[in-house]
Design a binder for this molecule. Structure first.
Ligand code: NI
Length: 389
């Protein structure tokens, strides 16, 4: 059983580290200060360190006992392009960049677990501490996997954790199977023919094409996706023209699509291309679609979900662990690691306050010992010591 007194004793150190990371946020793939801090701390506790996995990613390796089991624990390190308005003493010192998703807390908690496990042991096998860059749509998980993450550091199971505002501190929530949606971003470039605003017959108006297309795209979810399946398609930006009296040459749309299944995402892409090209063609214009799948649906392995529910129940009490929590249409690129290795992604209560991705958001330091204790508990659960070890 993880030693809660020892964890509570080191928690203030990791509150300081969390606030230091918070004050120095870095956008995905530029986390040089954060990854150097992570590597220095891991080394200072005698943990083997491998830097530069997926550019700014770091992996720490800790072995104990004779056990052959190997697990991966993953935290994300990147911040968001948001101007912080919290007014905190340790608010972002990098204008326009902010830890608005709590990845500062995730990094601090995994560091805390590394120190606790290095000093207290209590397991037999190998723990890989995976510090991932660029979770926020910039491909960090795929970059680490492409760099040989699971060949260099083989894992039998891999686990991730994310804070959740609105869930009380000390509570956990997870569900087996599909927990979060897969996500794509898309751009649609429409080319017509520019003309004088008073002489539409001389041009082909891309603004009219764009307007038709925005409405028609909603029919994909309503008419092409099965009512028992789930999908979202949102056009979030329309851009065309500058002047009152000029019909522009081009118009551009962009947005995001979310689905719970790969097949449904492929359907959205196919139907979007058909509608965009068909509608543009009907007006004598052209449309080009750039559709980029950035997140796979996040699917928790049933067996590993049971393991982390058991670990969380030991830490928090079974009545504070929601084992069949809600699905969400938000996305998370840990999903790509779960496509390679069975595992699970659990939510940790962050208490009240602002939602993630809001300029007033702040990770709740009171959650730090709960997160460290969960990491220690899942390591004990998955890598138990044999009698006499
Ligand atoms: Ni996040």
């Amino acid at each position: 059983m993880a030693n809660r007194d020892a964890i509570d004793a080191i928690a203030p150190e990791f509150t300081e580290i969390r606030r230091d990371i918070h004050a120095h946020p870095e956008i995905g793939m530029t986390e040089t200060r954060t990854s150097a801090l992570v590597a220095d701390k891991l080394r200072s506790w005698g943990i083997e360190v491998h830097s530069g996995i997926g550019k700014t990613g770091v992996v720490g390796v800790l072995r104990r006992g004779n056990g052959h089991g190997r697990i991966g624990l993953r935290a994300d390190m990147d911040a968001l392009p948001i101007d912080e308005t919290t007014g905190l003493a340790y608010a972002s010192r990098n204008p326009g960049v902010m830890h608005a998703c709590g990845h500062d807390g995730h990094t601090a908690m995994l560091l805390g677990a590394a120190k606790y496990l290095a000093e207290n042991g209590g397991f037999s096998g190998t723990v890989h501490f995976i510090f991932q860059p660029a979770e926020e749509g910039l491909g960090g998980a795929r970059a680490m996997i492409a760099d040989g993450l699971f060949e260099q550091f083989p894992c039998d199971a891999v686990f991730g954790m994310h804070n959740r505002p609105g869930l009380e501190v000390g509570r956990f929530s997870i569900r087996p199977g599909t927990q979060m949606a897969g996500g794509a971003f898309f751009d649609i470039a429409i080319t017509g023919r520019g003309s004088h605003g008073a002489r539409p017959e001389a041009g082909i108006d891309p603004v009219v094409v764009a307007a038709q297309l925005v409405s028609s795209l909603q029919s994909i979810v309503a008419r092409r996706v099965s009512p028992t399946d789930t999908a979202v398609l949102s056009v979030t930006r329309i851009a065309a023209g500058e002047a009152y009296n000029v019909i522009p040459e081009t118009a551009a749309l962009r947005g995001t699509a979310r689905t719970m299944r790969h097949e449904t995402m492929a359907l959205l892409e196919t139907e979007m291309r058909r509608l965009a090209e068909g509608i543009a063609g009907g007006f004598g214009a052209r449309a080009e679609v750039d559709f980029r799948v950035l997140f796979a649906p996040l699917v928790n392995d049933a067996h590993e979900t049971e393991a982390i529910v058991a670990a969380a129940s030991k830490v928090a009490g079974a009545d504070r662990v929601e084992a069949s929590g809600p699905q969400t249409m938000a996305s998370e690129d840990f999903s790509f690691m779960l496509e390679k290795v069975p595992g699970a992604f659990i939510n940790l209560g962050n208490g009240g306050g602002a939602e993630v991705h809001n300029p007033l958001y702040n990770f709740n330091d009171e959650a730090i010992p709960h997160g460290i204790a969960l990491w220690a508990s899942i390591v004990e659960e998955k890598l138990p010591q044999a009698a006499g070890e």
